[in-house]
Design a protein around this ligand. Structure first.
Ligand SMILES: Nc1ncnc2c1ncn2[C@@H]1O[C@H](COP(=O)(O)OP(=O)(O)OP(=O)(O)O)[C@@H](O)[C@H]1O
Ligand SMILES: [Mg+2]
Length: 270
């Protein structure tokens, strides 16, 4: 870990350690705790009461109601030590109910980014969170993924570092249903590169000069579809997509030419 958990800038990125400790020490019976189908919340936490052939009778944690389900419809629950886990690939039971519950619990705590192996899952917060500041960009810069709380900046930074190190193109696939936040997150990735890639090749005087003028970032798309991005200045978080990608295209590729190499950013639309 190479960030300060007391740093208020991580309020919407890292779990509150004190609260987490309390949650992680809750009593838990691994033989009884399970997830059962629930018409309202998709899955509900329950405790196994008895088993008869292929049927299991449980008591729902929230309502104390007793219900019977087929064995196959029941999913195992992870112990509380996995509560709000940052990388779901580390869950003992990687089932749908556990993944949904972890994402939901993190979201309720204000954390929209969670890893699942190589993927970074983002949930739309439908509000502006202070997690895309220049200061946070600097804090994520050059850090390994495991050192920092989950963030799109970490994925972007790692790809950028691999590009510099291996001199090979990198690609990021940003996918999700309509309204999930693909465009918003793509803008944040571009913002990250605009800052990191541009400032890496400038001295202080040049940077000051850049601050004064608008900078055009070249983006080429495939299929041919103009996508002009204006970064007001390389050190400002402001980036505007002047023309959004055509709604009918199924995917496009943006080439950011900051250096001699290209960064390829794939955006896939359903
Ligand atoms: N990380 C975020 N922070 C704040 N608001 C967000 C974020 N992600 C999404 N939103 C909000 O949700 C809206 C929809 O997101 P966005 O336009 O990125 O969806 P999309 O996946 O590109 O949808 P479509 O496939 O229809 O183009 C945004 O206009 C914004 O208000
Ligand atoms: Mg979009």
């Amino acid at each position: 870990m190479s960030f300060d958990p007391q740093d208020p800038e991580f309020e919407y990125l890292a779990v509150d350690r004190k609260k987490l400790m309390r949650e992680q020490t809750q009593t838990f019976d691994g033989k009884k705790a399970c997830w059962v189908p629930d018409p309202k919340n998709r899955f509900a936490a329950a405790e196994i009461q008895s088993t008869k052939g292929e049927e299991i009778t449980v008591k729902l944690n929230d309502t104390n109601e007793t219900k019977t389900f087929k064995k196959d419809d029941i999913q195992q629950m992870n112990p509380p030590k996995f509560e709000k886990i940052e990388d779901m690939a580390n869950l003992t039971y990687l089932n749908e109910a556990s993944v949904l519950s972890n994402l939901k619990n993190r979201y309720v705590a204000g954390l929209i980014y969670t890893y699942s192996g190589l993927f970074c899952v983002a949930i739309n917060p439908y509000r502006r969170l202070p997690i895309y500041t220049m200061s946070l960009i600097m804090k994520y810069r050059g850090k390994r993924r495991i050192e920092m709380p989950p963030h799109l900046f970490s994925i972007a930074d790692n790809a950028y570092q691999y590009m510099l190190q291996d001199r090979e193109n990198q690609s990021m696939l940003i996918t999700g249903e309509s309204g999930a936040g693909k465009t918003e997150n793509t803008k944040k990735v571009i913002q990250y590169f605009a800052h990191v890639a541009a400032s890496a090749h400038k001295d202080k005087a040049e940077e000051e000069e850049e601050k004064k003028k608008e900078k055009k970032v070249e983006i080429r798309t495939y299929p041919e579809c103009p996508l002009n991005v204006t970064a007001r200045c390389v050190t400002s978080p402001y980036l505007k997509l002047e023309s959004p990608p055509c709604s009918h295209i199924t995917s496009f590729t943006a080439f950011l030419s900051f250096t001699n190499w290209y960064f390829v950013c794939h955006l896939h639309q359903r």
